[in-house]
Every structure is written in C-alpha cells, then in structure tokens.
Design a binder for this molecule. Sequence first.
Ligand code: ADP
Ligand code: 5GP
Length: 191
Amino acid sequence: MSKKTPGKVIVIVAPSGAGKTTIAQRLLRDYPQIKFSVSATTRPPRKGEEHGEDYYFLSDEEFDQKVANEEFLEWEHYSGNKYGTLRSEVDKLVESGYFPLLDIEVKGALNVQELYNSGAVSIFIEPPSMKELKNRLSNRGSETNETLSKRLNRAEMEMQYADHFDYIVVNDNLETAYEEVKEIIESFITD
Ligand code: ADP
Ligand code: 5GP
C-alpha cells in the first residue's frame, strides 16, 4: 500500500444485500464519467457474471501472486474468499479521465479512505433492518444456507462501521435512496 494512485474515487460500501450493486449500476447508467473498477476475486462466478466485466475471477494461486507483486491497492478476506482492488484497474480509469467507482466491503473501504483522504467520497448504504437484509439476500437467490449465514454474520459487524464513512444512505425506498446518492455524487464530481 505504499504507492498512492492519484485521482478521485467513489466508494460504495454496504453489508451484502443492502443494495449497493443496484445503486452502483444506476450511477454507471446515468453518469458516463463514472466507470466501474473491476475487482479481482477468488469467488466462483454467479450465473450471468462475466470475467473482466463483473470481476476478474482468479484462482487462489493467481490471487496470491498478485498480492506478492503488490498489484492490489487493497484486498480482504470476505466470506471464505479473497477480493481486491487492482491498482492497474484504478490507474487505467483515472488516466482516461474517469471517476472509478469501487463497490467494496467495509475493511477495504476504510483502507481506501485512508489512502485517498479527500480524494475519495465514501457512501455507506444501510439496509432498513437486518430482517429486510436477510429477505433481500434470500430473494436474490445467490446464496446457499451456509453463505447466507456467513454474510449475515459479517453484516452485523459491518453495520457497526457505518459512521466511519462520509455519508450514510438508508436504502428503504430505492428511488429515495438513489436521489440522495445522486446529490452526493454530483457535488463530489463537480467539486
Ligand atoms: P449488494 O450489492 O449490496 O449485495 P444488491 O444490489 O445485489 O445488494 O441487492 C440485493 C437484493 O435486494 C437484489 O435482489 C436487489 O434487487 C434488491 N434491492 C435493492 N434495493 C432494494 C430496495 N430498496 N427495496 C427492495 N429490494 C431491493
Ligand atoms: P460479492 O461476492 O457479493 O460479489 O461481494 C462480496 C463483498 O465483497 C461485497 O461487499 C463487495 O462489495 C466486496 N468486494 C468486491 N470487490 C472487492 C474488492 O476489490 N475489495 C474489497 N475489499 N471488497 C470487495
């Protein structure tokens, strides 16, 4: 983490199932100057996910090699897998004049905040309740009982960190939450 990649980055952070991917996808649709920073992961692809588009899907060995080569801006263990933000990905976007959008978990987001200070805006997407979080994760149909329970345990911990970020947006009604996020983003990218 010694090299500081320049540029301004947008960090969307939330417990799994709170709706950050939904909100991030809307931002990407509405703001051509924002581009998704594709992370690397050792998790297997979900149905419909594409290598290089949703994630770079790597083997454990490939991931560890990139850690050893210091290719990550940050990386973390999450729910039995590893996830990391590639410096090359953020550099490529910044050099092309885009604002990279990072959809990452709490610990990685704290690290990015520390690296960037005012060069990053971080938005914590909060679910209206743990019960609703569980409903959303179950309804998404992406989890087994085991991974669902791991993600919910982790969510309990992640919720404690909400006020470490620049903004908290409660995603109860999606339209209202998205309007709040847009307001934050517009002031950041025009600053
Ligand atoms: P995350 O990326 O934080 O894990 P997702 O964006 O995948 O979360 O959302 C989890 C599930 O909840 C998805 O099925 C999504 O369609 C749904 N969802 C997102 N926002 C809302 C909302 N405000 N109300 C109801 N369901 C929502
Ligand atoms: P999922 O398996 O649901 O795609 O992602 C699990 C969690 O890992 C989510 O909270 C997601 O935001 C986070 N994540 C995705 N990419 C990265 C990354 O590069 N670094 C970190 N720290 N977390 C990530």
